[in-house]
Ligand binder design. Sequence first.
Ligand SMILES: C[S@@+](CC[C@H](N)C(=O)[O-])C[C@H]1O[C@@H](n2cnc3c(N)ncnc32)[C@H](O)[C@@H]1O
Ligand code: SF4
Length: 391
Amino acid sequence: MDSQYSDAESSVAQAVPVGLYVHLPWCVRKCPYCDFNSHEPRGEIPEGVYVDAVLADLEQSMPALGERQFESLYFGGGTPSLFTAASVGRIIESVRAADRLAAGAEVTLEANPGTADAGRFLGYRQAGVNRLSVGVQSFGEASLRALGRIHDGDDAHRAVEMAAEYFDNFNLDLMYGLPGQNPKGAEADVQAAVASGASHLSCYQLTLEPNTAFAKFPPALPGEELQAEIETIVHGHLQAGGYQRYEVSAHGRPGRECRHNRRYWEFGDYLGVGAGAHSKLTQDGQIYRQARVRAPQGYMVRAADGDAIAERRLVTDSDLLLEFMMNALRLTDGFELDLLVRRTGLDPATAQPALQRAADQGLLEIRGQHVQPSARGQRYLNAVIREFLPD
Ligand SMILES: C[S@@+](CC[C@H](N)C(=O)[O-])C[C@H]1O[C@@H](n2cnc3c(N)ncnc32)[C@H](O)[C@@H]1O
Ligand code: SF4
């Protein structure tokens, strides 16, 4: 792999594709495993004021995009389905009115089965949402109770049926390796998910995250062997059901990968607005990261004042390689080294020693310009990424 890139070529010359993430930070009840920026509202959700703040934040942020339009828009949470279709529509319309929404953009909204009703789903569709992501997690009563979810199995089935009625493109989030779960329970969940006709399934192994109720009072989880058995069953049913695993947890039917999330893994740009949202933006060949004020109340005040950004930093060259790899190596198909050049401006020669070390350990497969995690590399992703830590 000779260095064949001149300085001029290695600058981040081409426009980097960009998506918009909108964070809606409230949930009916905080789930005990969740470390996302989500809050139980004290009283009514200040929906109108929050949408005003998001719109003000968006307007302030537009100059950082240059001429670019958003190729996807993602409403995440929290529980976005607590917001009315009218509020969601206000945000979509304002992006469209500013001529920032690319034609055919993917517009996703996360919905919780505990807050689902048919009128609302139809309303989202009419407001311009064209992809729904339903947080089912499980269809089993015992698992849903163990996860502290606000919905039961019937709610899960009903929400999935409604999603299928109004959206040809919808995702279900599933979790496995749950407290008290046995392989039969995991199998029933994944079978129900496959039978739903979802175009995409995101399947996450439950992890105990710091600063959550589960970290403080850890539930008994299936042991390592049982976890491995469950994972084999889940992945087997997904593959047999026609879903292609294209990232650690993401499985899509052909042509139905999540374009928004795929852009994260391809180290594309994203503007994140809303409480605590993160952004990665390329400007004049430099990559910046930003984080919005995390507390919803503080965010609304600061956004109204025209400065919702709590932190911003330039990503240094020494961190760039690691950050690129942390994302791109999640893709099961891997990436071309040309992508590293286009997204970071780095000379691939800088990656060569770490790539070779990982390949020597059987963690990566390198064919010409193509880099792909091996089956072992997929399993031990942290070991691969460790090779790219700056000195
Ligand atoms: C940003 S969350 C929001 C989705 C939505 N609020 C919900 O829970 O229905 C996206 C997904 O991450 C997964 N997730 C959250 N915490 C997790 C954890 N500790 N371990 C594994 N998966 C987790 C869940 O499947 C969840 O649906
Ligand atoms: S509904 Fe989703 S975002 Fe809200 S607390 Fe539960 S997992 Fe977290």
